[in-house]
Design a protein around this ligand. Structure first.
Ligand code: IPE
Ligand code: IPE
Ligand code: MG
Length: 253
């Protein structure tokens, strides 16, 4: 089967007003399914099409980075059948999308404790990451077994270790040092954080990285979320930036 090459699209607003890094808390799969009288996993399955559409659009408009919250550290508490299904779905996505992502210059990365994922899923993930590592287009980062507090604690431990070994002094620990010890090291900060299904919770996602981000709550459940909804969030973001640019620099206090 020939691989689809994505035609470039004009971004929805001048680039200077648009986010460089968008992160999405993909929520509402279960609700989407139950409202249709379906089992929850049908919602997860349907959500894959939303992932495809948003990834393509992000690639087509030359967004720098898109981070998707796919599985949290808390999500292990869900019924085992659901967890197994989610893992299987992830593996299927990686296998099916590898060539298209690669052909379109997408670099796949992950954040979270991926070493705790089932071995076959982890190997598949590592394979696609290695395969696309040299790409310079969109960075698609999948948050898997991710928890922001865990991540910050691990960074604190790593920095403390460096101080204990005399490699770093405590005074040298600044924002850049902390950022460099997070899983997102090298990625720009999150400019726009979207959560679907009308929820207003952060759910332990990118607490450090999204500290300056705009938060956009989208009403559709994730399986109904498409590029039009992403564009709406980006335009709202751009509108605020344009407004600020027109207002000019703030007077010093
Ligand atoms: C998001 O949808 C998918 C994951 C967390 C993996 P949910 O499964 O949380 O759906 P709701 O929130 O129960 O509707
Ligand atoms: C957040 O959604 C995690 C992901 C989208 C993977 P959840 O549905 O798991 O979060 P809570 O339980 O509403 O906080
Ligand atoms: Mg949920």
């Amino acid at each position: 089967m020939a691989t689809t090459l994505w035609p470039t699209l004009e971004p929805p607003a001048p680039r200077e007003f648009l986010p460089r890094h968008v992160a999405i808390i993909m929520d509402g799969n279960g609700r989407w399914a139950s409202r249709r009288g379906l089992v929850r996993v049908r919602g997860h399955e349907a959500g894959v099409e939303s992932v495809r559409d948003c990834v393509r659009y992000s690639g087509q408009t030359h967004l720098k980075a898109l981070t998707l919250y796919a599985f949290s550290t808390e999500n292990w508490k869900r019924p085992r059948t659901e967890v197994t299904y989610l893992m299987r779905l992830l593996k299927k996505y990686l296998i099916e999308e590898r060539d298209e992502l690669h052909a379109n210059g997408v670099r796949l990365t992950s954040i979270g404790r991926v070493e705790e994922l089932p071995k076959d899923v982890r190997e598949c993930l590592e394979h696609v990451q290695e395969h696309t590592a040299g790409n310079r287009g969109l960075t698609l980062s999948l948050a898997l077994n991710y928890g922001s507090q865990d991540e910050i604690r691990d960074a604190a431990r790593a920095l403390a270790g460096k101080v204990a070994r005399g490699e770093l002094s405590a005074d040298e620990i600044d924002e850049a040092q902390v950022a460099a010890h997070l899983h997102t090291a090298g990625l720009p900060p999150v400019d726009l954080l979207i959560r679907t299904a009308g929820e207003q919770r952060i759910s332990n996602f990118l607490l450090w990285q999204a500290s300056g981000a705009d938060f956009h709550v989208a009403q559709p459940c994730w399986p109904d979320f498409r590029r039009a909804d992403l564009i709406e969030a980006m335009l709202a973001y751009a509108g605020r930036r344009k407004g600020a640019a027109l207002a000019g620099p703030r007077e010093p206090a």
